[in-house]
Structure formats: structure tokens, C-alpha cells
Design a protein around this ligand. Structure first.
Ligand code: PFF
Length: 447
């Protein structure tokens, strides 16, 4: 096992890179549409509760394990306990699953950038027609993968950190502007109500409620990049004097703010233009062009916005590829470049099938889901919660709260005020919640 020698060049750089991994299509594309299909504000409330009970403690544990061991995700977990390397292995499988759907959506974003520049009209049916094509979406998806691979081969400090530090602040400013515009659209208030005022009377059965819980849990894992070793890997590049608890709170806050702003931009627009909130994964691709076409200078704004979405997606996809590449490099003699190319090629093949399953060859299904939907289900509803569950057990029982607290408090140099809450969440609340929601949802799907 070899320790990682690379380190983040500054605290700001690390926060931006970790937040860059967290903030991505999960916030901008997925959060609004999952909110739309999961009952609106009720989902948002449950999401926030899960952030506190699952998101913060698991994220903190992952950073602590990574910094303690200073190695890739699997070896870091094995350093905590030799039999527990498998707890870091979920990322390797999960990253393939996430990347398969992520690169398809990344390709759609690139196409929307090009359309914005060429002023191609993107009416309500455009997305459905385009995403059902066979060749062109694969072409742009390949470009998305090539860019991801190129940044990852640049190394940690050179690639990931620089890109994230510059673009994330710009994205936030831009998104706020779009949100303000959307909130002034006619009828926008209906979207705000849908998003912010919970209506529990809409939930008529236990299975409806379980469905919302399952979606909220999956979204917390997906949005914060949890249970996959990404943050273990990032933590391994952290210097020993970083305040892990403070970093965790900043990352979760930034990620949540972006998701909320994104919801507050998209859902009011959905209601204003008469779209259905239950539209599904095409929601932002149908709604946003309608918003931009109303703005003066909309073409330029649309292009700039989709470019920022692309960068947000890239700062996440590079973290996904990084998980696999850093593991392959430590296990084989392959250079970073060769490892990245080999891994990207495998992802490309799975992504091709995912892309085709959206519309061109709808028969590529697993049960009731298209392969595209299945990959995302498999990663954020199965692999990530399982990975998160084992991280809880590893931290709470195997490593032990004392050892974890020692790492989090930098050997007692920092005060770890939330220690009791952390202990309660990581030993009891989080693993129990994950187990109950996971098992009951799987049972209801299988039945
Ligand atoms: N958190 C990213 C998003 O919200 O788009 C997706 C992601 C990145 C998931 C990295 C998992 C991961 F390891």
C-alpha cells in the first residue's frame, strides 16, 4: 500500500474541489425533477432531515478515514481494519454506474450549449426527439468523457483544484440571477408553493411515503457524493491541520444552497409555462429553453448557463473517474494516463447502451426501467446507501468513535463540539434509517 503524496495547495482549493464533486447534475438537473416526481415540499423537508441525520455524519466519517489513512478508498478502509477494505470498494462499482448516466446527461448539456450558440429553437418536444436519436447523443457523450479524462490525467492540484476554484463561484452568481428572473414569471408563485409548502394530505398510502423516503435518501447520497469513497479519496489529500468538521459543514451547506436555488428557479418556471412537475429527467431541458427564449439576450444567457452546468458536471465527473483511476494506479503498473484512458473506454461502452435505452432502442430495459434509469437507480439507491451503511459501521463500531474523534479533532487540538450527536447519528440513526428504508423499498420493488 502506498500513501498519497499529492496534497491540496490550499484549504479553499480543497473546499472548492470537494464542493465541486458534490455540486453537479445532482443539484441542477436531478434535484428539481426528483422533487417534482416525489411530491414537492414534503420531499424537500425529508431531504433536509436526511442531510442532517445521514449526510453530515457520513461525509465527515469519509473525510476522516481518508485523511487518517492517506490512501485510495479501499486501502484507507483496510488501514482502519484489514478486513474492511470492501467498504471502500463500493465506489469502484458505483462510479461506473453513476458515470453511465452522468455522461449521457453531460452530452445533452453539450448539445444544448451548441444549440444556444447556433440559435436552434428548442421547443417543448425538442428534448424528447433529440434524446431518442441514436448517433448524435453518443457523439457528445463521448466528448464529455474525453474532457473528463483529460482533466483527470492533469493530476490533483493541476486539474481538479484549479477548474473548481474558478467556476463554482461564477455558477452560484449566475444561478441566483436565473432564480430571481424565474421568480418574477407569471404564476411563479404556484411553483414556490409546490416547492416550499408541504402538503402531507397528498400522501395517501404507506408505499407513497416509502417511495418519497427512498428517493430522498438516494438523493442525499447522490448529491453529496457519499458512500462511494470519493470523499475518502479527497480526504487522503488533506493536510493534518484541516478542520474536518468545519469543512463538512461548508460542503453540505454549499451543496444544499445550490440545490434549493436550482429548485426555486426551475419549479416556478415549470408552473409558469404550464409544464408538469412530474415530467421526469427531461424537466430542466424542457423548461429552461422556454425561460431563456423569453429573456432579452436569452441566447447568450442560455449558452453561458449551459456552459456553467457543463463545468459543474465536469467537476463531479472528474471526482468519479478519480476514484477508479487512483485505485487502478495503486494496484497496477499503469501510468495515470493509461489507467484513465482504459477506465474511460469501459465507461464509454456502458454509457452507449444507457444513451440508446433513452429512446433509440427502448427495449434495452431491466424490469420496468430503461437501462439509463437502471444505472442511476443501481448507483444512488443501491450501491451508495450500502456503501454509506458500511462506512457507518466501520466508523461507529470497528474504528470506534474515540479514534474517529481523535482524527476529527486533530489529536485533540480542535474542539469537536458535535461529538455526541455525531456518535448517535453514525452508530444508530444513520445505519438504522438506511437499513429500514433500503430493505422495505427493495421488498416493495421485488413484489
Ligand atoms: N454529487 C454529484 C452530483 O450531485 O452531481 C454526483 C456524484 C459525484 C456522485 C461523485 C457520486 C460521486 F462519487
Amino acid at each position: 500500500m502506498k500513501a498519497n503524496k499529492e496534497q491540496w495547495s490550499s484549504k479553499f482549493g480543497f473546499i472548492m474541489a470537494a464542493a465541486g464533486s458534490a455540486i453537479g447534475l445532482g443539484n441542477l438537473w436531478k434535484f428539481p425533477y426528483i422533487t417534482g416526481t416525489s411530491g414537492g415540499a414534503v420531499f424537500v423537508v425529508i431531504y433536509i432531515v436526511f442531510l442532517l441525520l445521514l449526510g453530515i455524519p457520513i461525509l465527515l466519517s469519509e473525510l476522516a478515514i481518508g485523511r487518517y489513512a492517506g490512501m485510495n478508498a479501499i486501502d484507507s478502509c483496510a488501514r482502519v481494519h484489514p478486513k474492511w477494505g470492501f467498504a471502500g470498494a463500493f465506489g469502484i462499482i458505483g462510479a461506473f454506474g453513476v458515470m453511465a448516466s452522468y455522461s449521457v446527461v453531460g452530452g445533452w448539456v453539450i448539445k444544448y450549449i451548441i444549440n444556444s450558440f447556433t440559435d436552434t429553437g428548442m421547443g417543448a418536444d425538442y428534448f424528447t426527439e433529440y434524446s431518442a436519436k441514436s448517433f448524435e447523443p453518443i457523439l457528445w457523450m463521448a466528448l464529455f468523457l474525453i474532457i473528463t479524462c483529460a482533466i483527470v490525467t492533469g493530476g490533483v492540484a493541476n486539474g481538479i483544484e484549479k477548474v473548481s476554484s474558478v467556476l463554482l463561484p461564477i455558477l452560484i452568481v449566475f444561478l441566483v440571477g436565473i432564480m430571481i428572473y424565474c421568480l418574477t414569471l407569471p404564476n411563479a408563485i404556484e411553483g414556490v408553493k409546490f416547492f416550499l409548502i408541504p402538503d402531507f394530505s397528498e400522501i395517501t398510502s404507506v408505499s407513497d411515503f416509502m417511495h418519497i423516503l427512498f428517493n430522498a435518501m438516494g438523493q442525499v447520497f447522490f448529491s453529496l457524493s457519499l458512500g462511494m469513497g470519493t470523499l475518502i479519496t479527497y480526504g487522503s489529500y488533506l493536510p493534518k491541520d484541516n478542520n474536518l468538521a468545519a469543512s463538512t459543514v461548508i460542503i453540505v451547506t454549499l451543496d444544499t444552497i445550490i440545490a434549493i436555488i436550482s429548485g426555486l428557479a426551475i419549479l416556478p418556471a415549470v408552473f409558469s409555462f404550464g409544464f408538469e412537475p412530474t415530467e421526469g429527467f427531461g424537466l430542466i431541458f424542457k423548461t429552461l429553453p422556454a425561460v431563456f427564449s423569453r429573456m432579452s439576450g436569452g441566447t447568450i444567457i442560455a449558452a453561458a448557463f449551459f456552459i456553467l452546468v457543463l463545468f459543474a458536471a465536469l467537476t463531479s465527473s472528474i471526482s468519479l473517474l478519480e476514484v477508479i483511476v487512483s485505485w487502478v494506479c495503486s494496484k497496477t503498473k499503469l501510468t495515470r494516463l493509461k489507467a484513465a484512458i482504459a477506465v474511460t473506454s469501459v465507461i464509454f461502452i456502458t454509457s452507449c447502451f444507457a444513451s440508446l435505452s433513452v429512446g433509440a432502442i427502448p427495449d434495452i430495459r431491466i424490469g420496468s426501467m430503461s437501462l439509463f434509469e437502471f444505472f442511476s437507480f443501481f448507483s444512488d439507491k443501491i450501491i451508495m446507501p450500502l456503501g454509506g451503511f458500511f462506512i457507518c459501521i466501520l466508523t461507529g463500531y470497528v474504528w470506534g468513535i474515540n479514534n474517529a474523534a481523535k482524527e476529527i479533532s486533530n489529536d485533540g487540538k480542535l474542539k469537536f463540539t458535535m461529538r455526541r450527536l455525531f456518535s448517535f447519528a453514525i452508530r444508530y440513526a444513520a445505519p438504522l434509517l438506511i437499513a429500514v428504508i433500503f430493505v422495505s423499498s427493495i421488498i416493495s420493488i421485488v413484489q
